[in-house]
Design a protein around this ligand. Structure first.
Ligand code: CA
Length: 214
């Protein structure tokens, strides 16, 4: 009876297929990084590409362009992405991260939400003088040692944003996100607010589930 209860609580096998090889978090596939019910990955284009050309890189891996909704997430994403660019041997030649947002007539932004209605941007981290209304792509600066533009005030620019025109081609990677194993299906949506996770202990079941709530 105990075995039946534990097995019943596991994630259905069908939902587990996209995570055939699970990473150390137990909630994201290998190559993806877990944070608050979501899995993130920095994906590099094969060569210079526009934002429109980069977006399929997320879709091809069952994910969507990531939205950043808080300072804490921005800080985490910046550090995570910088490490990914460094690990790929592409830093400092590449020092920007591509984010995707649709700019509105009043220069406000909406995060793209392929699974639903695009989301208003409630958090921004623009560099000095930005956005200039250049376009619907947001670039996040990764270099902790430099100021990217002379128009930006001196001081740390790591994590700051710059809007750029949509036809801009670059080898900057795009940040992709999808719901973690066991998270609500909308966990990757830009308006999703994670709920506190219950305390969990080690996995007690044998169907691929890596966590079991006590
Ligand atoms: Ca700009």
């Amino acid at each position: 009876m105990i075995q039946f209860t534990l097995s019943f609580s596991c994630i259905p096998q069908n939902n587990f297929r996209t995570f055939d090889s699970v990473g150390s978090s137990g909630r994201c596939a290998v190559g993806w990084e877990y944070r608050e019910d979501k899995c993130y990955k920095v994906i590099f284009p094969a060569g210079p590409a526009t934002t429109a050309e980069k977006k399929p890189l997320c879709a091809n891996e069952g994910s969507q362009p990531a939205a950043i909704t808080s300072q804490a997430e921005n800080d985490w994403v910046t550090d995570f992405s910088l490490k990914a660019v460094q690990a790929a041997g592409k830093f400092p030649a590449i020092s920007w991260l591509t984010l995707v947002a649709n700019i509105q007539p009043d220069k406000s932004l909406k995060w793209e939400n392929p699974g639903g209605v695009d989301c208003p941007v409630s958090f921004t981290n623009w560099g000095p003088g930005e956005p200039l209304g250049d376009g619907g792509t947001v670039l996040l600066y990764l270099d902790p040692t430099k100021v990217p533009f002379t128009s930006w005030a001196p001081g740390p620019s790591k994590g700051k944003w710059n809007d750029i025109w949509d036809t801009h081609k670059s080898e900057d990677p795009i940040l992709c996100v999808k719901a973690a194993i066991g998270a609500p299906a909308n966990a990757a949506a830009c308006d999703y607010k994670p709920t506190p996770q219950p305390q969990c202990c080690g996995c007690q079941c044998n169907c691929g589930c890596r966590r079991q709530c006590c």
